[in-house]
Design a protein around this ligand. Structure first.
Ligand code: SAH
Ligand code: SF4
Length: 382
């Protein structure tokens, strides 16, 4: 089994080249071919020494993930399902907007956190994705879209780790992937254009702050521990006060950045005016300690096993108004790609038997990605 070069950040690739007796600058050349040009064939890499080009195929490969399916929405949103083996599939979603192109990617097959409102959580945990599998989603989507749009320059300007899985429970594999996204010799994204979304793995928020302080989104979903314990089981380990302290420490490493708090609006569960007032109280205490944040209210995307319902829009607006009246910047997530949810559900029967069950799971989850998470923040007028 040879090494998949998609597993390496530039440091890792340099170490790999050195282990072959090659100079470190060869790593930079290889890295550019892979990530900037989308090459997977060493013979294409004409500026590499011929001896190295001939040596590499026996030692290494550049291997993306098999695409199970692609669905295009009328609004331009595109979803891909990738096969990661053993019946597991993960997804990535491209969301085009006038001023940017965002790719939402997965970090795990399934998720161990088990949030009540999340279909990935209901599906359970299969395994961590490798760095190569995380990056393969970006590598594939970027070069596929360039080919499709006939573009030489970058199509994907932003990445959000909001697909399947809890990225901070797969930290060792996530970190090199983030480094590649930021590396000028690869995707060259700015720190603020890469977002890690977490349900609140406190020690890893601290690690990320030091290692790679990209934009942070925290899935809060409740104003009290009592309620959050029920919705996000990880809260029992890292309660709200500890989580918010970690956010404050994070901000010291990412000055002038906002932390985004995500709040999934669940009918009758966490969407009442008293919840909003409680949240205001909590956030006022934080503001006093210097935390700058904004809220993103996400209309829940229902799935049968959850037993939960989406809050009605007037309820969401009322909630937002209470936050905004207290001076908290609040956005409501606009849904995108609704039409491909239906298509995905219909296509579930078309996949092979081996992946059928997972595909159906993913389709449900895609409902979420397509309907909710594939979204644009829409500032509501105050
Ligand atoms: N595990 C990470 C990142 C992936 S989930 C996290 O929890 O933050 C990304 C976002 O989608 C989270 O804010 C999550 O709460 C939200 N989400 C999950 N299931 C949802 C659903 N059914 N409807 C709306 N948002 C959902
Ligand atoms: Fe995991 Fe995030 Fe879903 Fe919770 S919301 S189960 S942390 S993917």
């Amino acid at each position: 089994m040879t090494t998949n070069l998609l597993n390496f950040d530039l440091e890792g690739l340099a170490a790999f080249c050195e282990s072959l007796g090659e100079k470190r600058f060869r790593a930079m050349q290889l890295f550019r071919w892979i990530h900037q040009r989308g090459a997977s064939d060493f013979s294409q890499m004409t500026d590499l020494a011929k001896s190295l080009r001939e040596k590499l195929p026996a030692l290494a490969h550049i291997q993306g993930l098999p695409v199970v399916s692609r669905h295009d929405s009328a609004d331009g949103t595109i979803k891909w399902l990738f096969d990661v083996g053993a019946g597991d599939v993960v997804e990535a979603v491209f969301i085009p907007e006038t001023d940017r192109g965002t790719l939402c990617i997965s970090s795990q097959a399934g998720c161990a956190v088990g949030c009540r409102f999340c279909s990935t959580g209901h599906q359970g945990f299969s395994r961590n994705l490798t760095t190569a599998e995380i990056l393969a989603q970006l590598w594939f989507a970027e070069h596929e879209l360039r080919r499709q749009f006939g573009k030489d320059e970058r199509v994907i300007s932003n990445v959000v780790m909001m697909g399947m899985g809890e990225p901070l429970q797969n930290y060792a594999q996530l970190l090199p992937a983030l480094k590649v996204m930021l590396d000028d010799h690869a995707y060259g994204m700015s720190r603020r254009r890469v977002t890690v979304s977490t349900s609140g793995v406190v020690p890893m928020i601290d690690r990320l702050a030091v290692d790679c302080p990209v934009a942070l989104a925290v899935s809060l979903h409740a104003p009290s521990d009592e309620l959050r314990d029920q919705l996000v089981p990880l809260n029992r380990k890292y309660p709200i006060a500890e989580l918010l302290e970690a956010c404050l420490r994070y901000q010291a490493h990412a000055p002038r950045d906002f932390i985004t708090f995500e709040y999934c609006m669940l009918d009758g569960v966490n969407d009442q005016p008293e919840h909003a007032h409680e949240l205001v109280k909590l956030m006022k205490q934080q503001a006093l300690s210097g935390l700058s944040c904004k809220f993103n209210l996400i209309p829940f995307n229902p799935f049968p096993a959850s037993g939960l319902k989406r809050s009605a829009m007037p309820q969401v607006l009322q909630f937002a108004k209470i936050l905004m009246a207290a001076g908290i910047v609040t956005t409501i997530r606009k849904t995108r790609g609704d039409d491909i949810d239906a298509a995905c559900g219909q296509l579930a029967g078309d996949v092979q038997d081996r992946t059928g069950a997972r595909e159906r799971m993913a389709s449900q989850r895609q409902g979420m990605l397509g309907g909710i998470k594939v979204v644009i923040d829409k500032r509501i007028a105050s």
